[in-house]
Ligand binder design. Sequence first.
Ligand SMILES: *Cc1c(COP(=O)(O)O)cnc(C)c1O
Length: 429
Amino acid sequence: MTSRNHQLFEQSQQYIPGGVNSPVRAFKSVGGDPVFFQRGAGAYFWDADGKSYIDYVGSWGPLILGHAYPDVIKAVQAVAENGLTFGAPTEAELEIAQLICQLIPSIEQVRLVSSGTEAGMSAIRLARGFTGRSRIIKFEGCYHGHDDALLVKAGSGALTFGHPSSAGVPAETVGHTIVLDYNDIAGIEAAFNQWGPEIAAVIVEPVAGNMNLVAPSSDFLAKLRSLCTQSGSVLIFDEVMTGFRVGLGCAQGLYQIKPDLTTLGKVIGGGMPMAAFGGRRDIMQCLAPLGPVYQAGTLSGNPVAVAAGLATLKLVQAPGFYEKLEDRTQQLVDGITAAADNHGIDFCAQSVGGMFGLYFRKDIPTSFAEVMQCNKEAFNRFFHAMLNEGIYFAPSAFEAGFVSSMHGDNELNKTLSAAEKVFEHWQDK
Ligand SMILES: *Cc1c(COP(=O)(O)O)cnc(C)c1O
C-alpha cells in the first residue's frame, strides 16, 4: 500500500532538493520518509494520510499556543483583509516594539525582520559597526541562522548532515569567527586574553537548543557578561528559540544577565515569518537610517506577521502561563525518564520552561561533545516507535523539543503510556 505521504515525498524530491524546504525537516538523521502535514489544532496535527500526532516540535518552537489558536487566527484574518503589506510603517509595529521593550528591559530599541537568520546576521554587523572591530566568538553546537560568518561548525541541520561547516562559505568569511566550547569558562578567558580588544561580539544561545538542549552552567553567562563589559565587546543573546519560550522575561530574565543585544524570532511571530533584534539604544542608533550600519527588508514588520505576533504575546502574558507550561514540560520529561528507568535503559532528560531535551545517555550533557556521546541509534528507534504511536518528536537526536499551552493532562498521559509501551518492548528487536 502506497500512502499519500509517500507519494508526496516521492514527487517533492523531483522539484525540491531533498523534498523539503529546510534540511531539518528531512528524516535524514532518523531514516524513513518525512511526514507531510495538512492541518493542526491545539496539541495535534494530521498528516496527509489523516493520521493524528501529538506535536512536540511546534514548528520548531513558534507554536507556544499550539496549532491554529483561535485568537491568533482571527487576528491574522482581520488584518489580512485590509492588505498584506504596505512597505511603510504601521501602528501595529509601534505596538509590538513597545511591548517587546516593556517585556525585555535590556531592549531599548528594536528592529523587526523576517527570520532569525536575518536577526543574527544583522546583530553581528551592527556589533561590528558599533565597535569598529571584526572578530566574533560563537560556541560550538549553537546555531544562529545560516549567515556565512556564523556557519562554522554549526549545529542543527548542518550537524545532522555530519558537516562541521557548509560548503560554499569562503575561509576568509569565517576567518574572524572564533569557535569555543559551550560552558567552557577557561576557554573564554583564554580567548579574551588573546584577542579581547579585537572582539566585536560574543553571540550565544543562553540556553542552547540546537544541539539537543544544553543549559548554561551557573557562571557561564555571567562570565561572558563580565568579559564583554571589560573589553568593550557586544554581548548578543540569541533568544530566537528561548525568547518567550523559557519565560516571559526570556532566558535573560531567567538567569538575570543583561545582554547588549538580543535576537528574537519563533514565538514572537506566532507562527508567521517574523523576527527581531534589539538592545542598547546607543548601539541600535548605529543602524540606518540614523547610522552607518546598513540593514533593510521589503517585508520587515509585515502587518500579518505582526498581528500574529501581537496576539501571541498578549496571550502569553496571562497570569501563570509560564508556570503551567514549565510544570507540564517537567512532568513530560520526568515521566519519560521514569519509563526508561523502569526498563533499565540509559536515558536522562531535562527541561527549561517550555523546551526540553531527551538524551540516550546516563548524564545530562553540558557541551556539544557530550551531546555527541548520546546513543543516536537508540534515539532513532525511540523516535520511530513513538511516531508509530502518534507522538511526533523532532526527527533528530540533536534538537530540543517543545511543549505548548495546549498540551493538557490527556496529551501527557497518552505520551507517557506510549513511552512506557515503547520501552517495555525495547529489548524485543
Ligand atoms: C531557529 C533559530 C535561528 C534561525 O531562525 P530562522 O528563522 O530559522 O532563520 C537562529 N537562532 C536560533 C537560536 C534558532 O533557534
